[in-house]
Design a protein around this ligand. Structure first.
Ligand code: SF4
Length: 284
């Protein structure tokens, strides 16, 4: 597992549970509002090269090293990085990028064992966790210690989700619903395979697991009128949470920095629209 960060304690991320959060490195999306660019481009000093290599996927070129800083061989393969071709590839000066140190799996498990009886669960988020080739093994080790698992995903790899659900390796799923079908590429920065997104949505809704869908709302990218089309994509779902975007932090698309977020009244209007399609739709 490429672990980019660990939050040792959270009361917010797993509903009703006390959790620790593992942030995996590497993502196949480039959501413009993403405030974890250090996890999307983990090999900071050589990020531009890695992004370029990923952008060459259509030519069949392998991703040689996502984790170039640590000098490790590629642990996420070309196929795993994604089916989508990058629409946006940010070229940055190395000085602007943050070095994001890795946490070893051994260190993580030393920490986790010390929290037995104090934490209920581990939230695995990203980046995109389903890209990690050893995700299932990692989760099995955590569950052996008695912790629940919540998985956050962008829904781009339904085949991984299917295995995790079938083998009862996850206890809660949170999937991002990024946009209307028409805006998916514009907002995620890749030509995402919408059939895979739809497959993940369906699989999650019919699973026996507790779950939620989440949407980050950015002015000028999503408007009130989009919430009908998005609601239809997850029609009948249990929960849909809308979260305002953070404009004052480092974002994947720097041009969004400083943009004024929607106000509470506008966010509530969108949630009201969402409630026409799902059981619960709230602003978080
Ligand atoms: S899927 Fe998540 S981690 Fe990946 S770019 Fe989008 S917001 Fe960031």
């Amino acid at each position: 597992m490429l672990i980019g960060a660990l939050q040792k304690f959270s009361l917010l991320d797993y509903p009703g549970k006390i959790s620790a959060i593992v942030f995996t490195q590497g993502c196949n999306f480039r959501c413009r509002f993403c405030y974890n660019p250090m996890l999307v481009w983990p090999a900071c000093a050589k990020a531009s090269a890695a992004v370029k290599t990923m952008a060459d996927e259509s030519a069949g070129k392998p991703v040689t090293s996502i984790n170039a800083v640590a000098g490790k061989p590629a642990e996420i393969t070309d196929a795993q990085v994604g089916e989508g071709k990058l629409k946006y590839a940010r070229e940055e000066s190395p000085g602007r990028q943050k070095i994001h140190p890795q946490i070893s799996e051994d260190d993580f498990f030393v920490f986790l064992k010390s929290r037995a009886g104090k934490l209920d669960a581990v939230v695995i988020t990203g980046g995109e966790p389903s890209l990690q080739p050893d995700l299932m093994e990692f989760i099995r080790k955590i569950k052996t210690l008695g912790f629940l698992i919540k998985l956050d995903t962008n829904g781009s790899r339904p085949e991984v989700l299917a295995r995790l659900i079938k083998e009862k390796l996850i206890d809660y799923i949170a999937m991002d619903l990024k946009a209307t079908p028409e805006k998916y590429a514009e907002i995620t920065g890749v030509e995402a395979d919408l059939n895979k997104i739809k497959k993940s949505v369906k699989m999650i809704i019919v699973s026996d697991l507790p779950y939620e869908f989440r949407t980050t709302v950015v002015p000028e990218l999503l408007a009130l009128s989009d919430f009908a089309a998005m609601g239809k994509m997850i029609q009948g779902a249990d929960k849909w949470y809308l979260q305002n975007f953070k404009s004052g932090v480092d974002l994947v698309d720097a041009s969004l920095q400083g943009r004024v977020p929607y106000n509470a009244r506008q966010m509530n209007q969108m949630a009201a629209m969402g409630r026409k399609y799902v059981k619960v739709c709230e602003v978080r």
